[in-house]
Design a protein around this ligand. Structure first.
Ligand SMILES: *Cc1c(COP(=O)(O)O)cnc(C)c1O
Length: 387
């Protein structure tokens, strides 16, 4: 890289051009919404070239992109994405949840595959404009939200593996209903030893499209065996990494009676989830006595650790009755409880309460959803519009 690159224009929200659709789509009935199938009327696009930097941001009607078949995204998976949500609270205010975290991660992913970086704050301002334009697509029903999918692709029309000299950042939005419309449904996981999701020095900690296609076959095989998702394991000791496309949280009862909330450390194979960070932060603030969450074990009786966990430890804790909870975390489901892990031909059973949750996930879920839906006022909620 030369010094010149830094003097090229970054994304400028003030340059935004808006082309309003002439044929707005009819709003879907909220009961028909299937995750990721329905998109709003508009999308945001921002082109980039190596010679001219970031171009004019445009909000325009949602529709097909025009790309050359030689575009590098189609050949070398020069693609990364993000996922975040906008919520409407009971007063009609629309907010986004921690969008700065998504912009930071998007830039980290871009750097890993030699796609261009950008000013995340400028994109947050543009996301606000896009959401304001299509805010009537957020169903005014508790538990519903607008899923926002920022994406960055290499568009240079040339074969050859190299940093693309053209790229496109685009953002589409999809109204979504509650992940668990009829209450939490704990899922069964298949401890996957035939495939691996990530490796040291690989790309598991980046939200790159290339991470996901290889997981589809593994998921299908787990489903054929009667399990909902893969529990991705790593190495000869079968270290726990992720649950499907979610981060993993495990709750142990330590021999001294203290409850331990554990998640694997960010060692390069774990996706740094915004929900993961939020759960850890809330649990730590409680454990430190700073912001108490009703229902959690009292401070002093709860410890929060990022440390490696093997299947051996989980299995033994299960046998000793010290495996309290196992759950996934991610933007789509927030918390996804697990009631069974198939591992080397045996099932490890995990207790869940009548509501499908456990003593740590239940209060944290309530707090997190309270913040996201505006019931609890918190700096993580970024206002898009007051009504
Ligand atoms: C997106 C994602 C997560 C969860 O991240 P959030 O920011 O909490 O949505 C976890 N693991 C993988 C593999 C992911 O793609």
């Amino acid at each position: 890289m030369t010094g010149e690159l830094t003097s090229l224009p970054d994304i400028q929200a003030s340059k935004l051009e808006i082309v309003t659709t002439k044929s707005p789509k009819p709003l879907p009935s909220s009961s028909d919404l299937v995750f990721g199938r329905t998109f709003t009327d508009h999308m945001l696009t921002i082109p980039w070239t190596a010679n001219t930097g970031w171009g004019i941001p445009k909000i325009q009607p949602y529709g097909p992109l025009s790309l050359q078949p030689s575009a590098t995204v189609f050949h070398y998976a020069q693609e990364l994405f993000e996922g975040l949500k906008a919520y409407r609270d009971t007063t009609g205010r629309v907010t986004m949840f921690r969008p700065d975290m998504n912009m930071k991660r998007m830039n980290t992913s871009a750097k890993r595959v030699a796609l261009p970086n950008f000013d995340g704050n400028a994109v947050i301002e543009l996301l606000k404009e896009l959401i304001r334009k299509d805010k009537h697509w957020i169903p005014d029903i508790p538990g519903y939200s607008l899923y926002i999918r920022p994406t960055l692709i290499g568009t240079q029309a040339a074969l050859g593996v190299q940093p693309p000299d053209e790229a496109l950042l685009f953002v589409i939005c999809s109204p979504v209903g509650p992940y668990y419309p009829t209450g939490f449904k704990p899922v069964a996981l298949y401890g996957t030893t035939e495939y691996s999701r990530a490796a040291p020095g690989g790309i598991g900690s980046y939200k790159l499209g290339a991470n996901y296609a290889p997981g589809v076959v593994a998921q299908r095989e787990a489903a054929a065996k009667g399990y909902a998702q893969n529990l991705w394991l790593h190495g000869p000791e079968h270290h726990i990494t992720e649950v499907g496309t979610m981060n993993t949280m495990i709750v142990f009862e330590q021999p001294n009676g203290v409850t331990e909330l554990v998640t694997p450390p960010l060692d390069g194979m774990i996706l740094p989830g915004v929900t993961r960070d939020s759960v850890l932060t809330l649990a730590r603030e409680h454990a430190e006595g700073k912001t108490l969450i009703e229902g959690l074990p009292e401070p002093g009786k709860l410890v929060v650790n990022e440390r490696p966990v093997t299947m051996k430890e989980v299995k033994e804790a299960g046998q000793d009755g010290r495996l309290v909870e196992f759950f996934g975390t991610g933007t789509a489901a927030v918390i996804s409880p697990v009631n069974k892990i198939g591992y080397l031909g045996q099932d490890i059973m995990i207790p869940t309460g009548e509501d499908g949750m456990g003593p740590v996930s239940r209060p944290i879920w309530k707090q997190l959803v309270g913040i996201q839906s505006g019931i609890i006022s918190h700096p993580w909620s970024v206002t898009v519009t007051e009504h």
